[in-house]
Design a binder for this molecule. Structure first.
Ligand code: GLN
Length: 523
C-alpha cells in the first residue's frame, strides 16, 4: 500500500514549502514507510475509506512518535516525541499517514504564528501576510494543497482563525469530544485538538476518526446517543443532512454596541470619563468592528444560507463583551501552571553551566521561552497570587458560566433540547449561531499588522466557544480583495454533525476558493 503522492508532487511541495514555511519537519519517506506498514484490518467505516493513504500534517504541539515535538519553542527545539497522541493513533488506524509537523505560535500562544521561536510561516494567498495562528502552519499546509487535512489545536480560536485567514475549513470540537492525550497542555480547560481541511466533507471524516472517549484523558467523552449522527447507518449521509435549519445571526454591530455601552456605564459608575477600564473597553469596541471586506463576506454568507432554505434570526449574547478578559485570565492562569514543567531538567535544552538547580531553571527559561510566553506566565502568576483569586480567576469563571448559559438560551443545553424554548426567545431555538471569525482578513507584519493588544481583543468572536465548551466550525465564504474571508457556526454540545451538515450543503452550492498556483492533488 503506497502513500498517495501523485506525479509532480515533490517539486510542487518544495516550491510551496519555500514560500509558506508551513512545516517544522517534513518526512515523505517516513510517511511512505508508515503507509507500507499499515495494518488495513483495523481500518473500517466511512471515515477510514475517506482517509486511507492520505497524508496528514500535525501541529508540532501534538505528539507523534519519532517526530519533533518543539511546540514552536527554542526550549524544545531538539525534542523527539517518544509516544503518539491518541487522536493521531486513531488517524493512523484509519489509514492516514503522518508526513510532518507544522509551525505554530510558541505553545499555541498567539494569532499569527509569528510568535514561533523557530521560523516564520507565510500565508499562501499573500506571502507578505501571516497565516494566522496559532495553528498557522497546519492552515497554510492545507491551503497550499500540501496535505488535504491537518490537526491543529484550538484554545481560543487557533484552528478557526488561521482557517479563515488561509481559506480552509477549521473545526473546534466540543470540549472533551477528542482526547487531549499527547497534546502539550497550554490551557487545559479550554483547549481541544481540532481539524483543518480542504473541504467540510473531509473534515467530517477526520473528526469521525479522532473523536471518542479515551481512558488516558479523563475529560474525554463519547457523543451522547442523542447527538446528530455524522454518517447514516450504511455509512452514507445521515438522513436529513440537507434539512433547513434555524440559524441565529450574531452580528458584529451588536457586539460592538454592547462593548461601547459597557464603556459608557463604566464611565458613569466611576465618574471618571477616561478611566483605564473605559479606555480598555473603547479599544475593545474598536477591535470588535469588522473590516469592510469581512463585513461583506459575513453578510454574503447570511444571504447564501437563507437562499439555501435556512431561517435566519437575530440573536444577542450580552455576556460576550466580557469574553476576552475572562479568556486571557483563565488561559494565562492555566498556562503558568502547565508550563512550570519546562525546567531544563526533564525536557529540552539546558544551559551548559549553572550554579545550582534554581539557576539552571532560570537560565533554561530565560533563554528558551519567547516574550509572549514569558508575558503570559507572569500574568498567570499575577492573577493566581494569594488573596487575589476571587478578583480575577473566580470572576472569570463566573463570566464563563454566564457565557455558556447565554448560548444555551438559544441553542438548548443538549442535542435533544430542541422543543421548548424559554419565553420571548425565537422558537424553535437555533440549531447553530453564525458569527464572524476574526474582525480582519490575514494581516501583514510589523506596521502593516495588528498591534499585540488588538490581536488579543480581536479574539472575542472565537474565544467564547472555548469558554462555553461548545463546537464551532469555520469555513470560507469567498475572496475579498485577494484574501479569503471565513465565517463560523457555533452549535450545541456534541452537535458537530449539524454544523458540518450546514457547511457541506453550503460548499456544494458555493465551492471554496484556492490560492493561485494551487493544484488539487487530493480527490
Ligand atoms: N489567540 C489566542 C491566544 O493567543 C488563541 C490561541 C489558541 O487557540 N491556542 O491565546
Amino acid at each position: 500500500m503506497a502513500l498517495k503522492k501523485p506525479e509532480g508532487f515533490s517539486s510542487y511541495f518544495e516550491d510551496w514549502e519555500e514560500r509558506t514555511g508551513a512545516f517544522i519537519e517534513y518526512n515523505p519517506e517516513l510517511g511512505e514507510q508508515a503507509a507500507a506498514g499499515l495494518s488495513a484490518p483495523e481500518a473500517s467505516g466511512p471515515s477510514a475509506l475517506a482517509l486511507r493513504d492520505f497524508p496528514c500534517a500535525v501541529k508540532d504541539n501534538i505528539a507523534v512518535t519519532g517526530f519533533s515535538l518543539s511546540c514552536g519553542s527554542r526550549l524544545l527545539e531538539n525534542l523527539r516525541s517518544p509516544y503518539t497522541a491518541t487522536a493521531v493513533q486513531k488517524l493512523e488506524a484509519a489509514g492516514a499517514v503522518i508526513v510532518g509537523k507544522t509551525n505554530l505560535d510558541e505553545f499555541g500562544m498567539g494569532s499569527s504564528t509569528d510568535n514561533s521561536g523557530l521560523k516564520r510561516t507565510n500565508n499562501p494567498w499573500d506571502t507578505s501576510r501571516v497565516a494566522g495562528g496559532s495553528s498557522g502552519g497546519s492552515a497554510a499546509a492545507v491551503a497550499a494543497g500540501l496535505v488535504p487535512f491537518a490537526l491543529g489545536t484550538d484554545t481560543g480560536g487557533s484552528v478557526r482563525q488561521p482557517a479563515a485567514f488561509c481559506g480552509v475549513v477549521g473545526l473546534k470540537p466540543t470540549y472533551g469530544a477528542v482526547s487531549r492525550y499527547g497534546l502539550v497542555a497550554y490551557a487545559s480547560s479550554l483547549e481541544t485538538i481540532g481539524v483543518l481541511s480542504d473541504t467540510a466533507a473531509r473534515c467530517r471524516a477526520v473528526f469521525a476518526a479522532i473523536r471518542g472517549r479515551d481512558p488516558l484523558d479523563q475529560t474525554s467523552r463519547d457523543a451522547p446517543a442523542s447527538a446528530p449522527p455524522l454518517y447514516g447507518e450504511d455509512g452514507g449521509p445521515a438522513p436529513g443532512r440537507d434539512a433547513p435549519r434555524v440559524i441565529g445571526v450574531l452580528s458584529a454591530e451588536t457586539i460592538a454596541r454592547a462593548i461601547a455601552a459597557a464603556a459608557i456605564q463604566e464611565a458613569a459608575a466611576t465618574g471618571n470619563t477616561a478611566s483605564a477600564e473605559e479606555r480598555a473597553l473603547e479599544t475593545a469596541a474598536q477591535a470588535a468592528e469588522l473590516e469592510d471586506e469581512v463585513r461583506r463576506g459575513f453578510l454574503l454568507a447570511g444571504e447564501r444560507l437563507a437562499a439555501l432554505g435556512h431561517t435566519l434570526v437575530d440573536v444577542e449574547i450580552p455576556s460576550l463583551k466580557y469574553g476576552v478578559p475572562a479568556y486571557y485570565t483563565i488561559a494565562a492562569a492555566e498556562a503558568s501552571a502547565n508550563l512550570a514543567r519546562f525546567d531544563g531538567i526533564r525536557y529540552g535544552r539546558r544551559p551548559d553551566w549553572a550554579e545550582n538547580p534554581d539557576d539552571l531553571i532560570d537560565k533554561t527559561r530565560e533563554a528558551g521561552f519567547g516574550g509572549e510566553v514569558k508575558l503570559r506566565i507572569l500574568l498567570g502568576t499575577f492573577v493566581l497570587r494569594s488573596g487575589f483569586q476571587d478578583r480575577y480567576y473566580l470572576r472569570s469563571q463566573r463570566i464563563r458560566a454566564g457565557i455558556r448559559r447565554n448560548f444555551e438560551l438559544f441553542l438548548g443545553e443538549t442535542p435533544e433540547d430542541t422543543a421548548d424554548s424559554p419565553a420571548g426567545l425565537p422558537r424553535p431555538p437555533c440549531d447553530a449561531i453564525l458569527m464572524p471569525v476574526f474582525p480582519t482578513r490575514a494581516f501583514g507584519r510589523g506596521d502593516a499588522g495588528l498591534p499585540p493588544f488588538a490581536q488579543k481583543a480581536a479574539d472575542l468572536y472565537t474565544c467564547c466557544a472555548n469558554l462555553a465548551g461548545l463546537p464551532a466550525l469555520a469555513f470560507p465564504v469567498g475572496v475579498e480583495g485577494g484574501l479569503p474571508v471565513g465565517v463560523q457556526l457555533l452549535g450545541r454540545a456534541f452537535a458537530e454533525g449539524t454544523l458540518l451538515d450546514i457547511a457541506e450543503t453550503y460548499e456544494k452550492a458555493y465551492p471554496f476558493p484556492h490560492p493561485e498556483g494551487y493544484r488539487a492533488f487530493w480527490s
